[in-house]
Ligand binder design. Sequence first.
Ligand code: ADP
Ligand code: ZN
Length: 735
Amino acid sequence: MIINPPTTPTFDSLEQALKHFFGYDSFRPGQKPIIQAALDDRDLLVIMPTGGGKSLCFQLPALLSSGITIVVSPLIALMQDQVEALRDNGIGATFLNSTLNSMEVRQRAIRILDGEIKLLYVAPERLLTEQFLTFLTQINDRLGIARIAIDEAHCLSEWGHDFRPEYRQLLDLRQYYPSVPFLALTATATERVRQDIIQQLDLRQPIVHVASFNRQNLYYEVRPKQKQSYTELLNIIRQTSGSGIVYCLSRKRVDEITYRLQQDGVEALPYHAGMEDRDRAKNQNRFIRDDVRVMVATIAFGMGINKPDVRFVIHYDLPRNLEGYYQESGRAGRDGELARCILFFSYSDVKTVEFLISQKLDPVTNDPLEEEQRIASQQLRRVIDYAEANECRRTIQLSYFGETFAGSCHNCDNCKHPKPAEDWTIEAQKFLSCVARCKERFGMKYIIDVLRGSKEKRILANQHDQLSTYGIGKDHTADEWKGLGRSLLHQGLLDETSDGYGVLKLNPLSWEVLRKQRSVAIALPNRSTAENLTSDRSKANVELLLDRLRSLRKQIADEQSVPPYVVFPDGSLRQMAEEQPHTLDAFSEISGVGSYKLAQYGTRFLEAIRQFCGEDASSPQAALDPTSIALPHPKPLLSKTHFFTLELHQRGLTPDAIAEKRNLSLGTVIEHLVLLVEADRAVTLDSLVPPERQAQIQQAIQSVGADSLRTIRDRLGESFDYSEIRLVRAKWRHE
Ligand code: ADP
Ligand code: ZN
């Protein structure tokens, strides 16, 4: 018998429910269809990269369904974290795991059976104990089980990187509760693991959702590592606000860099396997709570921690493989806000990693583990490829996961400072036909040797000096050919086996090139200039307010002993600093401000913003004249979309590029810029309209007035377009 059926609030739309419970304005890609399918009681397998927003996919359905949602989660820290974040949104959530004593467990059980809880997090090893199964029956009888969500579902596959035998028993649950839908989630991409999850959980006609692994908010950059690199590291840390991680290869290096950073006044702490568990946990906690800004760590750090507002991840030493690099750098920007991922690359690091690989020995016989060594070397080559590449870094990373990414991402060093591209179609045809003539049985180096007419024994023995492609590539250096070969791989125009031998194989696209149906362009090396960050007064202003809001957030977080991002994520603070809302109504429009947080924190944050604006005369909202306090100058209403355009504009993108990147029309982008100019935001008008044209337009406005665009245009003539006129008129109006 079900007593006390929990009342489920009703909403007109899922968006409304999202705003009510979590304060977000829109869904991330994939979330909505997943949530809809979950509400239709379908079995689901969700594959999304870290930071994609998996949790919401089971949290929102839990709040919109009657009964309790059971969440299986392997990582205790993560579990506690999610529960804290949910509670801070006023949502009934709790967990049961080995950190609780029996008294606490009993108390929680009572609250659960009283119907106060919508989400119950459980560790897998507890789930199938007799005691818990009895409890689960009670829950089911009284309240009903809405669905079972299995987080980090790759743990049940031996093919994943984190196999946990206790996950295998989850199949029993399916048998106990055949009618309860299952929702499995993971960030691991391989097909093998996917199939395993479906099988092991006996998912029934599951909807499989695979999200893109592209994390557009992450800026990727590779810098050469030199003697002065420590100074560069220090500068990056000083210039970037917010938290960050510096990854190093060894414990010794972690200690050394931490020490130097501390000496230079950066709040940094170390994290590596040589430390006591307790100290490690302590440092990690201080990082999560923003007591310390930088964590210097070996790669062990970061797994299973949920800090969404990491603003930079710097690899000071070389990562060993590209998947690892993707996962580690992916710990930045999980909140979807901009973050930087920088890799320092040197050949002496390559030598170090090569040495480590050569040390992979069988623990019993001490013989080299040849297969493992071979695969590790191939993986290392992919990292070197990535670092040396002249093309889009994102394209290369995604190609590693079998995903093709077309064109330029506008958010990596190579896209921002593109090297000139050259047509290498003929060379590509030579290269690919050499692969074909060698019967697709050799790797890159061999093919290049044949092309360049090498007299190497192996080539002569194979009689490959007889091939028509032998020696036809003497006009280019081996390095140039290598650049082409890699580029073909990254662009998906050629394949390579991943057994450690790297044998080149043709694919359908290679044949298109060979049949002259497709041309090939490659980027040529040319060292880029350093990234140029614009800064001006209004930007400094926003940063200043942002700093204040951060300390207020920290203060509130400490009062409640929760991590600061639980109070508000970075993105919300930034939006507050940019939009500077002055009323509770305006404040509730900020992304991340739901009804609960509005009531909880609204006034304190508003007070801080008002105070800041009052004392800062350069702020657009500042009271220049005491009588204007009550009636501030009407300011165009700007929303997030305008600020996103502004951000891209400040990073040097042209309106066309912004339109393309944001998938908006050029007209919309111009509209944004016009509003931004009117609101006196830091738009560099000179980069949009040359100064001499601005002067002409201003003159026209002065003589015919600003009201009619057409009249101004008639005055100026056909060579002027409406966009330029609108931008200049906006400035004129503002002034
Ligand atoms: P994952 O588990 O996939 O790594 P999370 O569920 O932890 O990702 O989500 C990452 C971050 O994104 C969290 O801080 C979360 O609050 C935030 N987030 C999730 N969905 C949205 C959304 N629709 N709008 C804004 N932020 C979101
Ligand atoms: Zn790019």
